[in-house]
Design a protein around this ligand. Structure first.
Ligand code: ASP
Ligand code: MG
Length: 432
């Protein structure tokens, strides 16, 4: 049993969709689960749609809806299929666009709060993408089953950062897999196709999302539940690199990483895989391969329980769009355990992570993603007890296992607001 994950870049156009089909035929023998993300930059487009609906800018929302429809049409039109099948693909798209529109209308009338609205709408990116890939697979005669991930991944109701309810999820995934494989003819390689990034709140039955780029995590949740032998994340890069090649042209591929190295890198913001991906895999000793869909025969990167050679790879991680919050207790009382508990509870409840934090007697500084829909509710809660100063337009630089010389070279000319050093990890909040 293996789990393949295809990200948005792998299905951004007709060529990509056809390539996914070829890759699955060539490399996906045996029982396989496939997780596919929204096509190209669809999730970003859907985010602007949610904002328009939330502000009740209906004409703008309808315009974005039209653009989404056209963008998907442009992806499926050039697919190598006959006219009848092309019409069939268009119909699949139209059906989903109609469902999305009906949902938007329903939620507009109900004035659903932003973060919940977000989850109900943004999941359409993955639903449409997998529905189209599934229809294309069918046309090509590739046997598989499409399933709504909402029926498998049970979560709580932390909108936009939902937490998996493991027991229910594992039993649902196992049950579905058994049913599906039981129905398949013997020795027919079986494939289940589902969406990444989304789940369903057990209590309300509403849809939830696992945080941006969460499809990697979906793949790892499924692998955990299915005791898979491997997860393979297909990307447009040849593997995990020691730095972002767009910022550092000298960046190199790391052929292997331990779970520990990978979890630290992604936690600090290496965007190659979602930070929550590693834990379930580590718990079951399932290796993760990051592989290029453009050059599938290159080795890529393997993340697993490698012999720890005590030699970590130096790497640089730059997390953009950060914001520094500096809290000072209003009555000059110590921040202490009670203050920290209050601050972290507010962060946890709103699903906002402290990417870097430090406290003194009466102050607490933390660097967070600059997402106003999560940050402002946190600030509102904390304003009762703290004065808050906000600095935007920052990046968080994390340098791991770097020598003094490399560090000073990388940071030359940067304005550093805040820094922290822990073992081999050096972090800097830098003005952009
Ligand atoms: N489509 C979602 C996003 O772009 C989830 C993912 O791609 O992993 O964030
Ligand atoms: Mg993506």
């Amino acid at each position: 049993m293996r789990v393949f994950k295809f990200g948005g870049a792998s299905v951004q156009d007709a060529e990509g969709i056809a390539r996914v089909h070829r890759l699955v035929c060539k490399y996906g023998e045996g029982p396989l689960w496939m997780v596919v993300s929204a096509m190209g930059k669809t999730t970003n487009q859907l985010e602007t749609l949610v904002q328009a609906v939330h502000r009740d800018q209906w004409p703008q929302a309808m315009e974005i809806l039209g653009q989404l429809h056209e963008a998907h049409q442009a992806r499926i039109l050039p697919l190598p299929v006959n006219t009848t099948d092309s019409k069939r693909l268009m119909n699949v798209l139209e059906d989903w666009m109609a469902k999305l529109k009906a949902d938007l209308e329903g939620m507009r009338a109900k004035q659903v709060p932003y973060n919940c609205l977000y989850d109900q709408i943004v999941v359409y990116g993955e639903l449409i993408s997998t529905a189209l890939v599934s229809a294309y697979f069918e046309i090509q005669g590739f046997v598989h089953t499409w399933v709504d991930a909402g029926d498998l991944l049970v979560t709580d109701a932390t909108w936009r950062d939902a937490r998996i309810q493991w027991e229910e999820t594992v039993s649902k995934v196992k049950a579905f897999d058994a049913l599906h494989r039981g129905a398949a003819p013997p020795n027919s390689g079986t494939c289940v196709l589902t969406q990444g990034f989304m789940g369903q709140d057990a209590v309300s039955g509403l849809r939830t999302t696992l945080g941006r780029e969460g499809s990697d995590f979906t793949a790892s949740v499924l692998a955990y539940a299915l005791d898979a032998q491997e997860v393979c994340v297909w990307k447009d890069v040849a593997g995990v690199m020691d730095a972002d090649p767009r910022l550092f042209p000298m960046a190199r591929i790391l052929p292997s990483l331990t779970y520990r190295e990978a979890v630290e890198m992604t936690y600090y913001g290496a965007s190659v895989i979602h930070p929550r991906t590693i834990q379930p895999l580590q718990n079951k000793g399932i290796p993760l391969r990051v592989r290029s869909f453009l050059n599938p025969d290159e080795g890529g990167t393997v993340i697993g329980e490698m012999q720890d050679q005590g030699r970590f790879s130096p790497c640089v991680i730059v997390k953009k769009n950060q914001c520094l919050l500096e809290l000072v207790s209003k009555d000059f009382s110590f921040v202490g355990e009670e203050g920290l508990a209050m601050i972290y509870k507010a962060l946890y409840d709103q699903g906002l992570k402290a990417n870097l934090a430090r406290h003194t007697a009466v102050s607490f500084s933390l660097c967070v993603d600059n997402d106003p829909y999560k940050r402002l509710p946190v600030q509102d809660i904390l304003l009762t007890n703290f004065g808050i100063q906000v600095t935007e337009g920052l990046s968080l630089w994390t340098l791991m296992h770097q020598s003094d010389k490399m560090r000073s070279g990388l940071l030359a000319g940067k304005q550093i607001l805040f820094e922290q050093h822990l073992g081999n990890v050096d972090q800097y909040v830098v003005v952009d």
